[in-house]
Design a protein around this ligand. Structure first.
Ligand code: GRF
Length: 203
């Protein structure tokens, strides 16, 4: 499966995905990394791994539709079959999300549907929950609401700060996203037309 990873920053999730696809058992290949911001660490990580990179700077576009249209052109140029949003901090438009429905995954640092939106780690701390985690889900038009592929639970310690909790969640992300990539990339998990993931019947 030809995979594109979209980033906006450090790319530690990208790093985890790059390490996953190098395994002989992997059914995926990362063919391009696209960032909406120039010069971020994630671009250096991709280049070091010999993966082609593109910058599509959202500040250069008059509308979200034009920005998404350029992203889509790059995805088509590389024959991409699966898109992984790894710390990609842009909201994508409906037409783009619909086109890539069932072929686009996002990682979110909470156990959805709890704590949608930004600062999910801080929301969990403030809510006083003792368990949070991360979620890899198919991207749907409603933000942070698509069918869930993989989740991993993470304990919240009484000594936790937003930083210590975020770090612990990120370690879980680096296991959850590669696992989800393989499940979807291998075809084991598919999104049904009704937006749900059918139970896989064990034959
Ligand atoms: C992660 O915390 C992820 O949950 C959120 O953005 C961050 C990405 O970090 N979506 P990185 O760029 O993969 O290091």
């Amino acid at each position: 499966t030809r995979v594109a990873v979209l980033i906006s920053g450090s790319g530690t999730n990208l790093q985890a995905l790059m390490e996953q696809v190098k395994k002989p058992s992997s059914s995926a290949e990362i063919v391009v990394v696209i960032s909406n911001r120039p010069g971020v660490m994630g671009l250096k990580r991709a280049s070091m791994a010999g993966i082609q990179t593109r910058v599509v700077d959202h500040k250069l576009y008059g509308s979200r539709a034009e920005f998404d249209g350029t992203i889509d052109k790059v995805l088509e140029e590389f024959g991409v079959e699966l898109v992984c949003l790894a710390g990609f901090m842009r909201i994508l438009t409906g037409p783009f999300v619909r086109k890539w429905s069932g072929k686009m995954l996002n990682i979110h640092p909470s156990l959805l549907p709890s704590f949608k939106g930004v600062n999910a780690q801080k929301q969990a701390l403030q809510a006083g929950v003792r368990v949070t985690g991360c979620t890899v889900h198919f991207v749907a038009e409603e933000v942070d609401a698509g069918a869930i592929v993989v989740q991993e639970a993470v304990p919240i310690l009484v000594t936790d700060t937003e930083d210590s909790l975020s770090e612990r969640i990120r370690e879980a992300e680096h296991r959850a996203f590669p696992a989800a990539l393989e499940l979807v990339g291998s075809g084991a998990v598919k999104l049904r037309d009704d937006g749900r993931i059918p139970p896989s019947v064990k034959l």
